[in-house]
Ligand binder design. Structure first.
Ligand code: EPZ
Length: 416
């Protein structure tokens, strides 16, 4: 069955190592298209979205191989500039191949990546920025063709610090003619990781004090090796799990500096947080306190990707919490399932009012997307009795070993 079962009520104890970052490795894999040679990417998580990106690269002519969590990509022969619709619409982050393909071949035909249950997820900001770099976009039905005789550096300002649009501009500009200045660029750690990989390959990228990026186009990039940083959202999800279930856990390799907003909330809720070079410790021995108000923001604010996992914890906290979701228009998808577990939550537009209850009841729930699915697992850990989270495949898009990790921490959890 494509599900996860959880018998809730166990404290979580022990330590677990945090996997490599999904949202860092996907643009880095796309960037490997720019290099006529071999790149070696270490600490790569074995998750569905990475396998999907691997298939896309192979469809374009690349050779991709694995050894443990190390992926080797040889993009010497990229012989196709068309990406088939199903492949692209299945995973939104395939849109990052747009900038890389323009940089490599100067042309790409692909499907619009499409939205998902959490929002429409348009790419207008991406296309507007690329047009300013000399890219012509011919829109067809579900597909579009982007081409540029020569990519030209440009002085750009994003209307919103879109992570994907920032990544596409970086990928298109590292071998463009001239200089690109990108203002109001996204500041998420995944941008820093992408720039780190590209600099290893010879790109000329400078982070200015005002947060803008200045990219001098270079003739050619060269082979590179890079180690993917730990996944801050997986680490934050596990912090939410300890907040919900209680216990004492150490998250090895968790990137504390990238989780300051989440750690502040964990402490506000009554968790005892310790941070050192090796990772993050969290002790939760009392019933959680509610969080009077929390708004999701772009980095370094509270991340939208941790909003659902945290909501699962707040469902059993003492008092009323208010979460305002400001990044995606439809990211309260798990509320119905939490209510069926006994949660007392009311949604008013983009605000969720959560009145903590003493206990949730295990039941059958359905994941509809990645982070919501992980949040339902978190809720199952806190619930009495058995929960079954169906559609496990959504969770496996981003979590390499969520069942194994939580079972090693004492949860009664397994594949259904
Ligand atoms: C990245 O998505 C992440 N995905 C998302 O994580 C994350 O939630 C998001 O950034 C915000 O941090 C990957 O990195 C693969 P955006 P992305 O462009 O790039 C609107 C997960 O669970 N927008 O910053 O798509 C958009 O609709 C995933 O790992 C436009 O309107 O995020 C959204 O409301 C989910 N026009 C907001 O901006 C555009 O052209 C943020 O989008 C682009 C975006």
């Amino acid at each position: 069955m494509d599900s996860i079962y959880i018998y809730g009520g166990n404290y979580l104890r022990g330590e677990t190592r945090i996997q490599g970052s999904k949202n860092a490795v996907l643009p880095i894999l796309a960037a490997s298209l720019l290099i006529r040679g071999t790149c070696v990417i270490k600490n790569c998580p074995r998750i569905a979205d990475v396998y999907h990106m691997q298939n896309l690269l192979q469809e374009l002519g690349c050779l991709v191989s694995w050894a443990g969590n190390t992926v080797t990509v040889n993009a010497f022969h990229v012989n196709d500039n068309r990406m088939n619709g199903e492949s692209v619409t299945r995973m939104r982050s395939s849109v990052m191949l747009l900038g890389a393909m323009l940089g490599r071949l100067g042309e790409v035909t692909m499907a619009y990546p499409g939205g998902c249950v959490i929002g429409r997820r348009p790419i207008d900001i991406h296309l507007k920025a690329l047009r300013k770099m000399g890219v012509e976009i011919e829109e067809q039905e579900q597909m579009f063709t982007a081409k540029a005789k020569e990519l030209e550096g440009a002085d750009l300002e994003l209307p919103f610090p879109s992570v994907g649009a920032t990544e596409n501009v970086i990928l298109a500009s590292v071998t463009a003619k001239g200089t690109t200045v990108l203002r109001n660029a996204a500041k998420e750690p995944e941008i820093e990781a992408l720039c780190g990989f590209l600099k290893e390959a010879g790109a000329d990228i400078e982070n200015k004090a005002d947060g803008s990026l200045v990219i001098q186009g270079v003739e050619e990039l060269h082979e590179a090796k890079y180690t993917v940083p730990a996944d801050r959202i997986v680490a934050g999800t596990y912090l939410a799990a300890v907040l919900a279930a209680g216990g004492s856990v150490f998250l090895e390799n968790a990137p504390a500096k990238q989780l300051e907003a989440m750690l502040a909330v964990a402490e506000e809720m009554g968790g005892c947080v310790t941070v050192n070079e090796e990772g993050i410790g969290i002790d939760v021995i009392h019933r959680l306190r509610a969080v009077p108000y929390l708004k999701t923001e772009v980095y370094p604010g509270f991340p939208t990707d941790l909003q659902s996992p945290l909501m699962a914890g707040l469902a059993v906290a003492q008092g009323q919490s208010l979460i305002e979701e400001s990044i995606f228009e439809n990211r309260f998808r798990i509320v119905g399932d939490l209510q069926r577990m006994g949660a007392d939550i009311e949604i008013v537009k983009n605000k969720a009012y959560i009145n903590g209850v003493d206990v949730l009841k295990g039941t059958e729930v359905e994941a509809e997307e990645l982070r919501g699915g992980a949040a339902l697992v978190v809720a199952g850990l806190a619930a009495e009795g058995k929960s079954i989270v169906k559609n496990r495949h959504f969770i496996e898009r981003g979590y390499e070993n969520i069942c194994k990790d939580l079972r090693n921490l004492g949860a009664d959890i397994g594949l259904g």
